[in-house]
Write a protein that binds this ligand. Structure first.
Ligand code: ATP
Ligand code: MG
Length: 340
């Protein structure tokens, strides 16, 4: 029995992204907490109906690595999607206030995301298309799951015109216009893993952005918000600079500390032209298995890049000693009661 909007009482805002707002809600009928996402869909009624039809695929998506789905419905100009509430939140919300995530936990994140990607692809022929820390959620049951995958082609089309981002988690081949494949998700995973392990977006090297790192004399400084829409730089891709969460820092990115800014377009060019980032830090030494794994995610040539199956067979995953109990206590430790 699918959830309807009238079953829900709003509890608290959980965050907002490029086209959605997520609210923690109380389901009166079932007596439990859920998360409701509202996506602004600027489309004709026929298209909106089609979107709601396409979203029905989510009814059949059931995996321990995919955020549960409870229903969708129109809410005036929005499409509402009700999903499982993940009480530790998304990994970007987790690492920003708490600092980098321990590398062993990051290994479990990699494992969960790969299982989720394989499930979506093998069972439903769905490619996620938007792997990044804000779409990876954790809970205090010790589970890690992915959400916000591209199930509805119509939804992708109708939001593409208004706000959807080319994001800086995009693989070099995607930036150059190649179609999405599961290998592009693998690239985005690699970038996300480095971000979680360093506590900052990898395409940045500034002293202020590496919280526990000393400034490097050779460091370049560009530290864009990876979720920044490209509206100002690329009107073709984005026509809307809709309100975003406060964590957005700047429209450009400072380069070399001299007050120059590097546009997101320059950053995308950098991703295409420069060597891929690696899991290295001036401050920490990461286990070799982790470094090699991330390297496997970030081969610039998608043909060379490893598949989810290959990655799951690598030592970093198979030799992990992290238990469900460890994940539970980690998730619990990230929840700061003072914030609520
Ligand atoms: P973008 O729109 O660029 O994809 P985003 O993923 O951060 O960015 P949303 O998908 O709208 O934007 O989500 C906003 C925030 O809501 C997330 O960052 C996350 O912290 C929180 N959130 C989303 N879904 C859930 C959920 N099921 N349970 C708990 N928190 C959630
Ligand atoms: Mg999201």
């Amino acid at each position: 029995d699918l959830v309807k909007d009238e079953d829900l009482d709003m509890l608290q805002d959980l965050g907002a992204g490029n086209g959605g707002t997520v609210t923690k809600v109380w389901n009166k009928k079932r007596g439990c907490v859920m998360a409701r996402k509202l996506i602004l869909v600027d489309a004709k009624p026929s298209v909106r109906k089609q979107i709601l039809r396409e979203l029905q695929i989510m009814n059949d998506c059931s995996s321990p690595y995919i955020v549960g789905y409870y229903g969708c419905f129109p809410v005036d100009v929005h499409v509402g999607i009700v999903m499982e509430y993940m009480d530790a939140g998304s990994l970007d919300y987790i690492y920003r206030p708490n600092g980098s995530i321990s590398i062993d936990i990051v290994g479990k994140v990699a494992e969960a995301v790969l299982h989720g990607l394989m499930y979506l692809y093998d069972v439903h022929r769905i490619i996620h298309r938007d792997i990044k820390p804000s779409n990876i959620l954790a809970n205090t049951a010790g589970e890690i799951k992915i959400c916000d995958f591209g199930v509805s082609g119509e939804l992708i089309n109708s939001i593409a015109n208004t706000f959807v981002g080319t994001s800086t988690y995009m693989s070099p081949e995607r930036i150059q216009g190649a179609p999405y494949t599961i290998k592009s998700d693998v690239w985005s995973l690699g970038i996300s893993l480095i971000e979680l392990a360093l506590g900052r977006f990898p395409f940045s090297d500034s002293p202020e952005s590496e919280p526990d790192g000393p400034p490097s004399p050779t460091a370049s400084e560009y530290d864009p918000d990876p979720t920044l829409p490209l509206s100002t730089q690329r009107p073709k891709l984005n026509s809307d600079g809709s309100a975003k969460r406060e964590r957005r820092r700047s429209q450009g990115v400072s380069l070399g500390g001299g007050g120059h800014t590097m546009s997101i377009l320059d950053l995308l060019q950098h991703i295409v032209n420069e060597p891929a980032p690696r899991l290295v830090s001036r401050r920490k030494t990461f286990p070799q298995e982790a470094v090699i794994f991330v390297e496997g995610c970030l081969y610039k040539d998608p043909g060379e890049r490893k598949s989810p199956q290959d990655l799951l067979a690598m030592d970093w995953i198979t030799k992990s000693t992290v238990t469900k109990e460890d994940l539970r206590s980690w998730a619990l430790s990230t929840i700061n009661p003072d914030q609520d």
